[in-house]
Ligand binder design. Structure first.
Ligand code: DX5
Ligand code: ZN
Length: 221
């Protein structure tokens, strides 16, 4: 089984959209591993962000992979579409659709890694029936919808339970990603609990020195 990764995915939700391409390039130069793109539909979550048009523009400027996080009610349409436009990972919410297996399969068929996200109140055991179709599980450590919220401390134990559940129930190495309120105060504990990728929006894009902030999240790795 492959080793744990320790990767950082800055969320462009916290970037200055008047200078988005420039800021994404600065994040890449500072050591970012993915660009995290939060698509929201004002229905699954009470916020509205951007869609595939903006993701395609991000793809044109990016030199590192795109990690698309769909917080919307129709992942069957938008999941494969984001994969086709070149996203490396496309993640949607377990709570958003009764057709989890279909969406996971179609995202893979369209060429991306398939990601499934759980909100804070959804237990990890729901993943059981779909494990053969999942490449990544995203644990939300805030209620999805907005950047800048406080980290829910119970998320650290949930990540540890998830890592154990995946190791016991899947022969493949399924990646674990954590999103929401990630800062230098909780990153080390999340990696220690088994996270492979940490998403961070306001902490990273709000930092005066992107490279120092990414290094602080990676803990000198
Ligand atoms: C929240 C989004 C997050 C958000 C994280 O629903 O999924 O990706 O951008 O932002 P911070 O790091 O500020 O909590
Ligand atoms: Zn996100």
């Amino acid at each position: 089984m492959n080793q744990q990764m320790k990767k950082i995915a800055p969320s462009i939700l916290a970037a200055d959209f008047t200078r988005l391409g420039e800021q994404m390039k600065a994040m890449e130069a500072a050591g970012a591993d993915y660009h995290h793109l939060d698509m929201m539909d004002a229905h699954f979550v009470p916020n509205l962000t951007f869609g595939p048009l903006a993701a395609a523009a991000a793809k044109r400027v990016a030199s590192i992979p795109l990690d698309v996080h769909l917080m919307l009610d129709d992942p069957l349409t938008y999941g494969p579409q984001c994969a086709r436009l070149g996203a490396d990972i496309v993640t949607f919410h377990y709570e958003a659709t009764p057709h989890v297996h279909s969406v996971l399969t179609r995202i893979r068929e369209a060429g991306a890694k398939s990601g499934l996200s759980l909100t804070p109140s959804t237990p990890v055991e729901v993943l059981g029936p779909t494990l053969n179709y999942v490449d990544l599980v995203l644990i939300m450590s805030v209620n999805p919808g907005f950047g800048g919220q406080d980290f829910i401390p119970e998320s650290i134990d949930k990540v540890a339970r998830l890592r154990k559940f995946l190791d016991e129930n899947s022969g493949r190495r399924i990646l674990v990603e954590v999103d929401g309120g990630v800062t230098d105060k909780n990153a080390a504990a999340l990696f220690a609990a088994g996270a492979d990728i940490l998403v961070s929006g306001s902490y990273l894009y709000g930092a005066a020195d992107y490279a120092a902030a990414i290094a602080a999240l990676k803990g000198g790795v």
